[in-house]
Design a protein around this ligand. Structure first.
Ligand SMILES: [Mg+2]
Length: 121
């Protein structure tokens, strides 16, 4: 299993990386543009964990771009954000997000959400 982590904040990215590295392989990107470039190079990503607020390309635009590509249809995307308004959650789901986790979160919460997406972690 290979997880793509897209997060601009270094401490959050390294926390999520450390958590996921205990159960699978990880690649990381600091914004949506870097993540799209990474998907072209490494298209066999199994799961994407994506922050919402990021420079250059945010998580919302990243999700819309990914969901426009048929070849990425099977990659589940989880949005990691402190945006907790129902309308934000709904916007993310409409854009093609499969799961949503509120920041801040602990590793066991992340694993429960990853399990919901069907991964045995
Ligand atoms: Mg951010």
């Amino acid at each position: 299993m290979l997880t793509l982590i897209v997060e601009d904040e270094n401490d959050v990215r390294s926390y999520v990386k450390k958590t996921m590295e205990s159960v699978c392989q990880v690649v990381e990107a600091r914004d949506g543009k870097e993540a799209l470039d990474m998907l072209i190079k490494i298209p066999d990503v199994d799961l994407a964990l994506v922050d919402w607020n990021m420079p250059r390309m945010d998580g919302y635009d990243f999700v819309k771009a990914v969901r426009h590509c048929r070849m990425y249809d099977k990659i589940p995307i989880m949005m990691m954000t402190s945006k907790n308004e129902i309308s934000s959650v709904q916007d993310a789901l409409n854009a093609g997000v499969n799961e949503y986790i509120m920041k801040p979160f602990r590793s066991d919460m992340l694993f429960s959400k990853v399990k919901i997406l069907g991964f045995n972690v």
